[in-house]
Design a protein around this ligand. Structure first.
Ligand SMILES: Nc1ncnc2c1ncn2[C@@H]1O[C@H](COP(=O)(O)OP(=O)(O)O)[C@@H](O)[C@H]1O
Ligand SMILES: [Mg+2]
Length: 242
């Protein structure tokens, strides 16, 4: 697989984002009037270049944490400071810009079924003017994930592992500083999951990103130097905290 030359960047330095969560809580109300603490008073500092596995059983708050970090969700309390900016206070336009510095990979791939692989990779930048050649970069990324020859295939013609590779290429189109992966191998068999994680790990290193990966899988977590365990929305354990 060829390495991709920088084709332009969105914003700021490329050494991976510096993240500081302070007292972050996210509550949901149930129909019965009870409160679910999806995140409760989570404080976490992640230095630039550090990769983190967020490990926890189902329902412990992993996805909520990733959504808050990607500014897809706003916490009810606390601050989330990324490279010196509290993203919980951003206005709409700034939020859109911030989200473009984050790549997201989902368990269920979330590709658009009617679009071919190339157009799926292009989708996040289609509405925007970019300072790089979008199509050239999308093609390079498909090459990079080993799917250069499949640019014209729609998702239903691709295997699960191939779909996740397309999703990874899509996550990288904006040259994000932060890659958030929510159980990225959860829908893949173990061999394919390993291959996908080999790819993600090498891309994270090559592209100088920071990665946070939510996972149940010890093999996935083993690729990160730092392990944060959540339980009932709280940090239960944190190896190598800084
Ligand atoms: N939109 C929502 N509405 C109500 N409850 C939610 C919502 N999203 C998450 N929750 C609840 O918050 C808790 C944490 O969910 P989540 O972050 O998805 O956990 P995980 O990703 O670790 O499985 C769970 O109890 C879940 O049911
Ligand atoms: Mg989840």
């Amino acid at each position: 697989m060829a390495s991709v030359e920088p084709a332009g960047r969105v914003d700021g330095p490329r050494a991976g984002a510096d993240i500081e969560l302070d007292g972050v809580s996210r509550y949901y109300a149930t129909d019965g009037g009870l409160r679910i603490d999806a995140l409760h008073d989570v404080s976490l500092r992640v230095g630039a270049g550090e990769s983190v596995a967020v490990m926890a059983p189902s329902g412990a708050g992993k996805s909520t944490l990733l959504h808050v970090l990607g500014a897809m969700d706003r916490p009810d309390r606390g601050s989330v400071v990324v490279d010196g900016v509290d993203i919980t206070r951003l206005r709409r336009r700034q939020l859109v810009r911030y989200r473009r510095t984050v790549g997201f990979v989902f368990q269920r791939f979330h590709l658009l079924p009617a679009l071919n692989a190339l157009d799926n990779v292009l989708a996040p930048v289609m509405p925007y003017r970019t300072n790089f050649d979008k199509v050239a970069r999308a093609r390079e990324l498909l090459e990079l994930v080993g799917l250069g020859a499949r640019h014209d295939s729609v998702p239903s013609r691709l295997s699960g592992g191939q779909q996740q590779r397309v999703a990874i290429a899509r996550a990288l189109i904006n040259r994000p500083r932060l890659l958030l992966a929510d159980e990225p191998t959860g829908n893949l068999d173990s061999v394919t999951g390993e291959e996908v994680m080999d790819l993600v790990t090498s891309l994270v290193t090559e592209e100088g990103m920071k990665m946070l990966v939510a996972t149940h899988d010890a093999g996935v977590a083993g690729r990160c130097e730092r392990h944060v365990r959540l339980r009932d929305g709280m940090v239960e354990d944190d190896t190598n905290p800084r």
